[in-house]
Design a protein around this ligand. Structure first.
Ligand SMILES: Cc1cc2nc3c(=O)[nH]c(=O)nc-3n(C[C@H](O)[C@H](O)[C@H](O)COP(=O)(O)OP(=O)(O)OC[C@H]3O[C@@H](n4cnc5c(N)ncnc54)[C@H](O)[C@@H]3O)c2cc1C
Length: 404
């Protein structure tokens, strides 16, 4: 019977981060996952907390909040680890926990986030005199005039120009940002030529949709070195090239670190011995297979990715270990009438409650499995979308679980 140091269940942001951190510490790691997780849909920015200073806001959270269990030291260390490995992957990120950086959304509003791809850092707009907003012929869901209208509210004293780039991608048929990014990977010269034709100077910025390839920062570097103006990418509707770049950076890091990643592999139950998890069973096309490990990290993504399910109202289930799931009782407390309300949503608080070591606990606070740690969207007790803490909780809980 082969026993590895760590099994990570789930290959989303939290699972890949946990695997990467453990591998950097010379642990033998296996990732078991199916589905793509939410990274390919996400903006690529890592939201830590929606406050002027996430660092200070986190200190003032109540004791039951996942961040209080993770601890400031681990949040700092996780941010640093992410900045390090993205830099190594030539996908540089910028940002810190003491202040947020703006990025331009697909509709031209500014969204503030803690760790952002350098290619999206819109703080560089502040010093620019003129801003070009360039769309691509045939590109769906990117409306330069609307972006300009919205950006003017933030920058009333700058001049703006709308531009349309003709890259003749897919013979002029309708394309998405993902199509464009894929077609431009290792083939960025047509984009550079069109941008050069704008004659933008070093006093200008050019805002474009996120089409600088799907691998690291290579396409952006190749184009930016030919253009004097700063080029800044927006977010886009899913699928999102910046999210996919981050996912690929993680996969590359894991491959180079000897981590075994089994895709299309669904874990169906845990193998336990008293308070210990000794392994997990996966569903296989032919038969069930058991993987054994000294430690297991559960990063199966909460409601969004099937890490938690709920067939009957008031009865949420964690399907692998049958862990108790915290949820807001009473249908009337389950949701606010307004989806984008100014209060947390009851349903978003659903998740597993842990102790400070991120071990799952029962309703009396007793540890259920001492070598099982719960991370990411599976953690209950806060509305991560409302707080804008999903990415931060994912990377920092993963960091802590991998280093315990
Ligand atoms: C549309 C969208 C946009 C977002 N935008 C942002 C953003 O701008 N900023 C930000 O910080 N965060 C954002 N997020 C949140 C963020 O991307 C993640 O949801 C969050 O970080 C949680 O990651 P996770 O790894 O816990 O879960 P997930 O990313 O959901 O990954 C869980 C993984 O586990 C797998 N899994 C589930 N069950 C099993 C099983 N039984 N066996 C094996 N594998 C299993 C799933 O298939 C999936 O691959 C966004 C999320 C979405 C959906």
């Amino acid at each position: 019977m082969k026993t590895t140091d760590l099994i990570v269940i789930g290959g989303g942001l939290a699972g890949f981060m946990a695997a990467a951190v453990a591998a950097s510490r010379k642990q033998k790691v296996t990732v078991l996952t199916y589905g793509s997780g939410s990274l390919p849909l996400a903006s690529g920015a890592i939201d830590i907390f929606n406050a002027k200073s996430p660092e200070i806001a986190i200190k003032n959270l109540p004791a039951h909040h996942p961040y209080k269990k993770i601890g400031s030291k681990n949040i700092d260390a996780a941010a640093k680890f992410l900045l390090d490995i993205t830099a190594q992957a030539n996908l540089p990120y910028v940002g810190k926990l003491s202040a947020l950086l703006p990025i331009v959304t697909a509709v031209g509003t500014l969204k503030y986030s803690a760790l952002v791809p350098e290619s999206m850092d819109a703080s560089k707009l502040v010093d620019k005199k003129k801003i070009f907003v360039a769309s691509i012929k045939g590109l769906k869901d990117f409306y330069s005039p609307m972006i300009v209208d919205n950006l003017k509210k933030y920058f009333p004293n700058k001049s703006f120009e709308v531009a349309k780039l003709d890259l003749n991608l897919l013979g002029g048929r309708d394309i998405t940002c993902m199509d464009a990014a894929q077609l431009l990977t290792d083939n960025e010269q047509p984009l550079a030529n069109e941008l050069k034709a704008l004659n933008a100077t070093a006093d200008d910025a050019i805002i474009i949709p996120p089409i600088f390839g799907v691998m690291g920062n290579f396409s952006r570097s190749a184009v930016q070195m030919q253009i004097k103006a700063e080029i800044i990418e927006t977010t886009c509707l899913p699928p999102s090239p910046p999210g996919i770049r981050l996912q690929r950076a993680f996969i590359k890091y894991l491959q180079n670190s000897g981590v075994r990643v089994f895709e299309n592999t669904k874990v169906i139950r845990g193998v336990t011995d008293g308070q210990k998890v000794t392994g997990v069973v996966v569903e296989n096309a032919v038969r069930e297979k058991v993987f054994h490990a000294r430690k297991v990290i559960l990063a199966s993504g909460g409601f969004y990715s099937g890490g938690i399910t709920m067939r009957d109202f008031d009865n949420p289930i964690e399907p692998i270990f049958n862990l108790p799931v915290f949820f807001t009782t009473g249908a009337e407390n389950w949701s606010n009438q307004q989806l984008f309300s100014d209060k947390p949503q009851g349903f978003s608080m659903t998740g597993i409650i842990t102790n400070d070591n991120l071990n799952p606990v029962d309703k009396n606070g007793s540890v259920l499995f001492e070598n099982l740690h719960v991370v990411g969207a599976n953690l209950g007790g806060c509305d991560k979308i409302f707080e804008r803490s999903a990415g931060g909780i994912a990377i920092s809980s993963a960091y802590k679980a991998a280093t315990i």
